[in-house]
Ligand binder design. Structure first.
Ligand SMILES: [Zn+2]
Length: 667
């Protein structure tokens, strides 16, 4: 019986159109799934969309649509994009599908029957944007995740006895493979050690969700509903025999990939739900970092989210897939810029793999009529030939072990070190010079050099196939090797390239990108930004969560002056004061809610002695929008108001003589 392998992406919340952060998670999973298939595992790769919750209900209302219409549209965008990106998912689950709803209710019933769900009353704070209960917060407190003011919820709820699972969870975490990387594992352990409170898992004040079985006044909490997708999609809770069998075969998941902002849901709640239902927990939960856009976090409110379509149009899916996996050290935050993308594309793909393929295959065409030549007999081999063989063997091994540790970047680095070595080998052995000579020694030497190059090319191509499925399939066909999907990676070894293999038609695979590629992408991004769909949600979107990037201390250049670039790092914007109130027991502080065009920020300012709160509402002010959030008197301040500081410390707010639009940037 063959080994099975089940891998999942988080399901993406449909309040935001797909962007490159979603693409990153999905590409990583796709690559793993493809490699597993090439390792002969019976693989199931799941992705999908998370479509319920108060946030979607409200967003749909605002857009004048039903929640279902709203969800249909965005979910379709994800599916369309994944297809364009060559994502090989075996299923796409939508949480509004009947199969999912019924099975979620089954799970709820099971946990209730097992005594882990009870009815109670919840009074507390809730962040709608994150669909998150904020434990210990007071009315008016900001959400610790996104900084928005939480809403007070007082309702009868169903509760999950999370507190009963502390010890069992800690036992799970003792296995270092369960949560990766280590930093995330440590965070989760200390969170659980600090004590777990029972968790509300239903809502009764809106309707866009799955009804609680036998109590349809309540809908199931969107996170419960969403997490369950990992088992409902493969048949949990179905009465159908085939579905039950599939569930038995594939669960527990081998890898559940997530973004680091949803670690708590996946590493605490999710395994606890499973334990409560008497089900096995996943084998590994792997959290990746965020993708930063030229050093600042990508977020809709900053308008620096990159749409994947732009890159697909200009450089193609393989370039994007390679770049993200090569450039980002897995588990850590990585940065994205069009410059870096094009540079990487040219150096590694156009000049690297692409050039190796075209020069090697072109010379085989020219000197050996398009048939893979014989390497020469042992006597005339040179140490350089054997060095390549040795390096290729080592590469196959190391690439695999890095890959299995999710170290995609290092795996690719290893493979591209082989590309570089073969390039150097070709230059040093001058096959073009050998090709001009007709004597037997030169012919034999030429055969060896070209066979060695072609065989190394074949190995790199096979290894890179899960990362760049399209381009590697082309190279494979050009080498006359047929269908690359049929390669069994566990059997990949030096010397499998048959002598006399007839090459296919040789064509460039990665045409060089010039400077205009960057300009084209930037222009497309500027023109192509669709209407903002609310805001990217933290719930399941990988590349989000606000806290503004820490302000970078400006390096002092010369005589205490800073460069224009340093100044440009400070984001000054026009804001409109919507709410102003005193902070209890703090004489100098005002709590302000300031509209900066893309969002409303809570900012605390020490101006209470100079300004009465009521005089500020409706006034336009200048704020530093990218200052790291900080806490004052237990409240988060997300930005700073610019004021002149007069003698005695009296502040005078900066203002404008002419009318300026809210959100305008000061430069
Ligand atoms: Zn929030």
């Amino acid at each position: 019986m063959s080994r099975k392998f089940y891998i999942t992406t988080p399901i993406y919340y449909v309040n935001a159109r797909p962007h490159i952060g979603h693409a990153y998670t999905t590409i990583a999973c796709d690559t793993i799934a493809r490699r597993q298939r090439m390792l002969s595992a019976e693989t199931f790769f799941l992705t999908g969309t998370d479509e319920h919750g108060q946030k979607i209900e409200r967003a749909a209302q605002a857009a004048g649509k039903t929640p279902q219409q709203y969800a249909d549209e965005i979910s379709a965008e994800f599916r369309k994009l994944w297809q364009r990106m060559g994502i090989s998912n075996d299923d796409f689950i939508r949480t509004t599908e009947e199969r999912h709803k019924k099975r979620v209710q089954e799970l709820f019933r099971k946990m209730r029957d097992n005594g882990f769900i009870y009815k109670g009353t919840y009074t507390g704070q809730y962040c709608v944007s994150d669909e998150l209960y904020v434990d210990g917060a007071q009315p008016g407190d900001p959400c610790p995740t996104c900084g928005r003011i939480t809403e007070t919820v007082h309702e009868e709820n169903y509760f999950f006895k999370l507190s009963a699972f502390q010890d069992q969870l800690l036992q799970l975490y003792a296995n270092p493979e369960f949560i990766r990387p280590e930093t995330r594992r440590n965070e989760v352990i200390s969170f659980v050690r600090s004590g777990l409170r029972d968790q509300s898992i239903s809502r009764s004040t809106f309707t866009w969700g799955i009804p609680v079985p036998n109590d349809p006044k309540h809908v199931i909490y969107v996170w419960f509903d969403a997490l369950a997708n990992y088992i409902t999609a493969i048949g949990y809770g179905s009465s159908h025999a085939g579905a039950q069998e599939a569930f038995k075969k594939f669960w527990p998941a081998d890898v559940q990939m997530i973004g680091k902002e949803i670690v708590r849901f996946h590493c605490v709640y999710w395994p606890a739900f499973l334990l409560a239902a008497g089900l096995p927990v996943p084998k590994a939960i792997v959290a990746h970092g965020w993708l930063l856009f030229e050093e600042s976090k990508m977020s809709k409110s900053r308008g620096n989210i990159v749409r994947t379509e732009t890159i697909l149009d200009v450089l193609g899916a393989d370039a994007l897939r390679y770049f993200l996996l090569r450039e980002v050290v897995f588990g850590q935050d990585g940065s994205f810029s069009f410059d870096a993308l094009v540079q990487r594309y040219n150096s590694d793909l156009a000049n690297g793999l692409g050039n190796l393929a075209s020069r090697t295959l072109t010379m085989i065409n020219r000197y050996f009529k398009g048939e893979v030549p014989y390497p020469s007999k042992a006597a005339s081999r040179k140490p350089a030939d054997d060095a390549i063989v040795e390096l290729a063997r080592k590469t196959i091994h190391e690439y695999g072990s890095f890959f299995d540790q999710f170290q995609f970047s290092r795996a690719l680095e290893t493979a591209w070190a082989l590309v570089a070595a073969v390039d150097k080998y070709i230059v040093e052995n001058e096959p073009w010079a050998l090709g001009e000579k007709q004597d037997e020694d030169s012919r034999s030497r030429l055969g060896t050099v070209l066979y060695t190059s072609a065989e190394a090319l074949r190995i790199v191509t096979a290894l890179a196939h899960p990362v760049m499925p399209e381009a590697t399939a082309k190279i494979w066909r050009q080498m006359g090797l047929g269908d690359i999907k049929k390669v069994a990676l566990n059997e990949l070894a030096w010397g499998q390239l048959h002598l006399g293999t007839k090459l296919g038609e040789v064509q460039p695979v990665f045409p060089r990108a010039d400077k205009s590629a960057i300009e084209r992408m930037q222009k497309m991004e500027e023109q192509g930004r669709g209407p903002v769909v609310e805001e990217v949600n933290v719930a399941t979107a990988p590349a989000k969560v606000e806290p503004a990037a820490p302000a970078v201390p400006a390096p002092i250049v010369d005589g205490g002056k800073i460069s224009i670039d340093d100044f440009a790092k400070i984001e000054l914007r026009v804001g409109l004061v919507k709410v102003a109130e005193r902070v209890p027991k703090a004489d100098k502080l005002l709590r302000l809610e300031i509209d900066i065009g893309t969002e409303v920020r809570q900012i605390l300012a020490g101006i209470a002695e100079a300004y009465a709160p009521e005089t500020l509402v409706g006034r336009k002010v200048v704020i530093v929008a990218n200052l790291a959030p900080r806490k004052l008197r237990g409240l988060e301040s997300n930005g700073m108001i610019v004021a002149a500081s007069l003698e005695g410390g009296r502040p005078v707010l900066a203002s404008f003589l002419e009318d300026v639009p809210v959100g305008a940037r000061l430069k």
